[in-house]
Design a protein around this ligand. Structure first.
Ligand code: PMP
Length: 392
């Protein structure tokens, strides 16, 4: 039977830089002990205190259909968190609860793109971005951010692609680069979005993981709230990846339209998950800082190791759970480097080819190993790079 072209072409054919990942998974299945820095997920599970609340809520009967846009107290708690972090007045009517940030990214594009519309995104990018835009029926156009600027996207580059575009998807703190967009970057983005009458879809799922400076949302810039859709999630801030609890924040009428989409797609998020998320949010900013702390500490460990040599350099990782290394001096492509490192040193990383074309010659480390293993993995990686140099 026929399968729609839209789904057949959702993701490109070929391994798209993910061959190294599949190989690492195969090696793990075969019993090889790897130091695995491929995937961005905490090395801890969801806190038992949050799970107990989920259990209590389920046993208490919150197992029927829940309010489709999200239960009022959770929408209010998300609004309060956003207002506290950004200073922008936000109420429950500005918040739609979604099954994770990913569903929020899809709903945001469905909300603003008509079939065939041009939707911009920044390369390097989180792996689902092009497919998400295509799934919404839009035409995805990448704008490159460059290593020379620490992967801060340039306003002129966005402007050059903006003619006829309806939206720009950005991500700060950034996966895969660890960049946190500066005020200058965001001012430039705001100016281009206003000049071209574009929405900004701002993926802020790592907003609790900022190591240098502070998180700035484009929604907080002058006259930007009316054209901003912010995507957030408890996946990273509360180590709740498997609970699938996220949101979109935006203008009231846009949120109402997105809620109508939820009625026809997800029909909302289970009530006991929302109750657990509400409890998680009630633990406050200090709790979020505690969940983020290992990544800050590990970022410093990685930086310390990289600073002990001058051959391989790192992109300043100012946030999120990733560090990017520039391995161009080895003369290997990122994919060659990652494959050899995997086979010869049993350290698994991802080539930047998995995240677009802008970061060619870079590799991404997810700092999701316990500290001692992380130090061992990065030390092995740097020794491996030095050996490649000596052999050349
Ligand atoms: N955006 C970015 C940049 C991510 O890294 C992720 C998850 N890795 C997501 C969105 C989706 O997160 P979730 O659906 O778990 O909220």
């Amino acid at each position: 039977m026929k399968i729609s072209k839209r789904l057949q072409t959702l993701t490109p054919k070929g391994d798209d830089g993910w061959g190294v990942y599949y190989k690492a998974m195969q090696m793990i299945d075969d019993g090889v002990e790897l130091l695995n820095m491929t995937i961005g997920e905490h090395d801890i599970g969801t806190d038992p205190v949050i799970l107990e609340e989920m259990h209590r809520a389920a046993l208490g009967g919150h197992t029927g259909y829940a309010a489709v846009p999200g239960i009022e107290p959770l929408r209010r708690a998300v609004a309060e968190r956003t207002q506290r972090m950004t200073g922008v007045e936000t109420g429950p009517e500005n918040v739609l609860i979604t099954p994770g940030g990913q569903a929020g990214l899809f709903a945001a594009h469905m909300l603003v793109c008509d079939p065939g519309d041009k939707a911009l995104f920044i390369d390097p990018y989180y792996v689902t971005y092009p497919g998400t835009i295509r799934a919404a029926g839009a035409q995805q156009v990448a704008v490159k951010a460059r290593p020379e600027t620490g992967f801060q996207p340039g306003a002129a580059d966005i402007d050059a692609a903006a003619d006829g575009a309806v939206s720009l998807l950005i991500n700060t703190p950034n996966n895969p680069t660890g960049a946190v967009y500066t005020r200058k970057t965001l001012d430039g983005i705001a100016q281009v979005c206003k000049a071209n009458d574009m929405w900004v879809i701002s993926d802020e799922v790592y907003d609790s993981q900022v190591w240098t400076g502070s998180h700035l949302s484009p929604r907080a810039l002058p006259a930007m709230a009316e054209r901003s859709l912010v995507v957030g999630s408890l996946s990273k801030s509360h180590a709740m990846t498997g609970s699938r609890l996220g949101w979109i924040i935006g203008p009231k009428d846009a949120i109402a339209a997105a809620a109508n989409l939820s009625t026809h797609t997800t029909y909302g998020v289970p009530g006991y998950i929302q109750d657990a998320g509400l409890f998680g949010l009630s633990l406050g900013a200090e709790y979020e800082a505690r969940i983020a702390a290992p990544f800050r500490r590990r970022r410093d460990l990685v930086r310390g190791l990289v600073a002990q040599q001058s051959f391989i350099s790192s992109i300043p990782s100012d946030g999120a759970m990733y560090v990017m290394l520039d391995i161009r001096p080895t003369g290997l492509s990122a994919t060659e480097f990652c494959l050899k490192l995997l086979e010869e040193a049993h350290v698994a990383t991802l080539p930047a080819d998995s995240f677009g074309t802008a970061a060619a010659g870079h590799i991404r480390l997810a700092m999701t190993l316990p500290d001692d293993q992380l130090v061992r993995a990065v030390s092995r990686l740097l020794e491996f790079a030095t050996a490649v140099r000596q052999a050349a």
